[in-house]
Design a protein around this ligand. Structure first.
Ligand SMILES: [Zn+2]
Length: 159
């Protein structure tokens, strides 16, 4: 085998791995599709993140598996830490990118771009932080369909 074929096989393997990372059953699938963390079928949010009147509003239960999305009052206060981490990641990514690719951009423009991006992305980051927080505590269960409809849905949150 030549080095090129080995390299190609590694690339194909990595592509399949990357596809699996976003496939059903992975946390990334639930996060980016904004689906129930347990069954990956029911919608997590009532509406899209940019529908500002209902931004971040969750369904009470999953329409597919019946999982109660909020185990206790204030469960999603912890999502603030996730939101903070996302904001820092956005800031660092933008700042490093601008300094790598646009070396002659002024500090004022850099701050303006970062602030504008933060404002525009706030509804999406808010939604992301909530579903990431939920995914930290709720595991995927491929047999979850209908589970919560027959059992008490409050028993179903695995912490
Ligand atoms: Zn579900």
């Amino acid at each position: 085998m030549t080095k090129v074929t080995i390299l190609l096989e590694v690339l194909v393997y990595l592509c399949f791995k990357a596809i699996n990372m976003f496939g059903k059953g992975s946390r990334l699938y639930s996060i980016f599709k904004m689906k129930c963390p347990r069954c990956h079928e029911g919608n997590f949010f009532v509406d899209k993140p940019y529908k500002l009147s209902r931004a971040g509003d969750l369904h009470q239960n999953c329409s597919n598996c019946g999982l109660k999305y909020s185990k206790e009052p204030g469960f999603y206060y912890g999502a603030m830490y996730v939101a903070y981490a996302l904001a820092v990641a956005l800031f660092v990514t933008l700042w490093v990118s601008m300094n790598l690719f646009f070396t002659n951009i002024s500090v004022g423009w850099q701050i303006g771009i970062i602030v504008l991006s933060a404002i525009v992305l706030t509804p999406y980051m808010y939604a992301l932080s909530k579903i990431i927080w939920a995914n930290l505590f709720i595991k995927y269960d491929k047999d979850a369909r209908g589970y919560g409809l027959t059992k008490k849905s409050t028993d179903s949150l695995s912490v």
